[in-house]
Ligand binder design. Structure first.
Ligand code: ZN
Length: 180
């Protein structure tokens, strides 16, 4: 997983809970990186999983909620650095549709082996979109948070229904996004 993701996690914890909490988490997780991350470098996936578990314990929140919250913050972080992608799209659904078709294409040009998830979007109606998510990392709750972050950016209220889930043995997660 790219350093950029860890940097976003570090920012989220420091901004919301303070530097002390981040340092306590580092003491607990003891990452090989010692918490110093470079945006484009790769770090072990297990490290992010250990952080999520440690945060969940420290804040007494379910890991799924921590992962969603993190996705929401990650969207803001990525959008502040790469705002061109949201600038190019006028609404939430065209943005979501561009993740696979435009953003991931660009990311693959920049990085070797970025191991991205696949997100197939099907618009069902003016207010409904179905997203089929697949990734060996099964970070579908991170995807939920990212979608919520994008919805906030476009000033849309949405509901998400996780209709099938890889965590329950499905091949893909089906996430239905409804604008309310
Ligand atoms: Zn899922």
């Amino acid at each position: 997983m790219k350093g950029a993701v860890f940097i976003a996690l570090n920012d989220m914890i420091e901004n919301d809970y303070g530097m002390d909490v981040w340092n306590e988490l580092l003491d607990e997780v003891k990452p090989e990186s010692k918490g110093i991350y470079t945006s484009a470098k790769d770090y072990p996936d297990e490290e992010i999983v250990s952080f999520v578990l440690a945060i969940s314990k420290k804040l007494s929140l379910p890991t799924q909620d921590v992962t969603r919250l993190f996705g929401f913050e990650l969207f803001k972080e990525l959008n502040s650095k790469f705002s061109i992608f949201t600038e190019q799209k006028d609404d939430l659904f065209s943005f979501l549709d561009s993740i696979e078709k435009v953003i991931h294409v660009e990311v693959r040009k920049l990085f070797e082996n970025p191991s991205l998830p696949t997100l197939d979007c099907t618009q069902l109606s003016e207010s409904e979109m179905e997203i089929s998510y697949h990734s060996p990392r099964k970070l579908c709750f991170l995807a939920e948070g990212l979608i919520q972050g994008a919805a906030e950016h476009y000033d849309e209220k949405i509901t998400l229904a996780h209709e099938t889930c890889m965590h329950d043995g499905a091949e893909n997660c089906i996430i239905k996004v409804t604008i309310v």
